[in-house]
Design a protein around this ligand. Sequence first.
Ligand code: ARG
Length: 562
Amino acid sequence: MGIAKDIVAESIYTALPQLSLQEIDELLEVPPNQDLGDYSFPCFTLAKKLKKSPVLIASDLAEKMPENKLFEKIDVVYGFVNFSLNKGYLASKLLPKIISEHKEYGKSAEGAGKTVVLDFSSPNIAKPFSVAHLRSTVIGHSLARIWEHMGYKAERVNHLGDWGTQFGKVIVAYKKWGDEPSEHSKGSIRHLLELYVRFHKEAEDQPDLDDEARLWFKKLEDGDKEAYSLWQQFRKTSLDNLREVYELMGVGFDHYTGESFYNDLMPKAIEKLEPFMEVSEGADIVSLGEDMPPFLVRKSDGATLYGTRDLTAAIYRFETFNFAKCLYVVGGEQALHFKQVFAVLKKLGYDWADSCEHVPFGLMRFGDMKLSTRQGNVIFLEDVLNKAIDLTKEIIEEKNPDIENKDDVARMVGVGAVIFNDLRNNRIKTINFEWDDLLNFQGDTGPYIQYTHARACSLLSKAEEVTTVNLELLQEVEEEVLVAELERFPDIVKQAARANEPSTIARYLLSLARDFNKFYQAHRILDVEEELKKARLTLVDAIRKTIDTGLFLLGLEAPEKM
Ligand code: ARG
């Protein structure tokens, strides 16, 4: 929590011990504008408990508030108690703390000793890494950092789709047409895609191809040497390509345990399911009552499924990591799948199933193109990122041609633009991918925030080191807004974690950047009287460090010049 919010909550607690500190913390809100105060405590929900009217509760509470230098004013407005903070005093406590903590600012001890497993990105390999998996990658990567900021240990798991019938298809296609001329180098990911698309096209008139593919997958499952070595080769090609893309985005994983990893563990999991299993049309199923279709364990030919592997994976993860939470960052269309997996886990008596959570997100619209791997109209994420970098380079060339490390900056800004575009709205919303929006240095974009950060850095580079300073001099409205906003950062991180919603931080940063730019437009910073200049520069330093930390939590880098 923020240092002021803590004090407000503790003060309320001394006057209102009927509520726990945590309940008070959850009730406290930020009023829509600062004239009403910096924090507001609504008393409406207490009326029943205390058998008093909200207005009476509020005025009693305001009266009993202990003295504190931090409170400038405490008002009762209807059923609210509104707290206006003494911003000068707050600044003197807060800004030095932010500056010395920098990347640690807002870090919580809440998760000490606890682990969060995050299953994200998890593309189906032997198919290219298309923009369709961008969302999971970006959201999951950000959430891992957010949970780490909450003090948890994060285990980043890539549950690669590296097993299943699609490998039968690629094997068949590779054997049939792999030697034919192609504009792509043999065995490359683009070559594999070409083969995969051709397979689907030819299979329309030759349904035998599908049988052949099933046969090859069966061979693979039975450990056939040729099938296995081809599979290994395809997996390696895909992984190499994947890792390049991850590197470009600055994304990393602790475990590349894909679906194939669970092959040997599945029999044990299925054994546990035995008492709940029934046979239906030759397949092994577990019924899940009225409100859900049954969970399919094994098909009639004995083959296991996506769900079987997810069930096995969940058990393995709990046994390995003893997690406090296991988050699945996967598109909303898989909601039923996860509901079923969690319900089966419950049936098996695993109470920790309640700590498993599907974190869904909406679709991504890329112009008016529909993305379908089968038809070959995939958009390679790699191409998108490279285009973002190239376009950024053009903008930099225009705006700031003399800058050092142009390539590096273009990468940070270009990739950052793509990431931010994905995180700025609630994850469940459909997002549109429009080049002009994404790279607009004045819009609600990553580059806008990065640019603001660079502007703050440039101000600081023009001044000598600031040592002792009187921060009570920060009395302008624009300054007070910024101080109050900085104080809220720890709480914003907490809210983002609670809701698994990086957009909370994205929107906060946009507002902080806008307010900083308002301040910058309205007041001079470098050519004012020495003491005031020092105070303002200290504020600027705290802002750029908070922006840097916030961007880090979203997975963006913050160049000092751009
Ligand atoms: N490979 C899957 C897909 O692309 C996503 C896997 C998500 N994770 C999981 N544990 N099921 O649809």
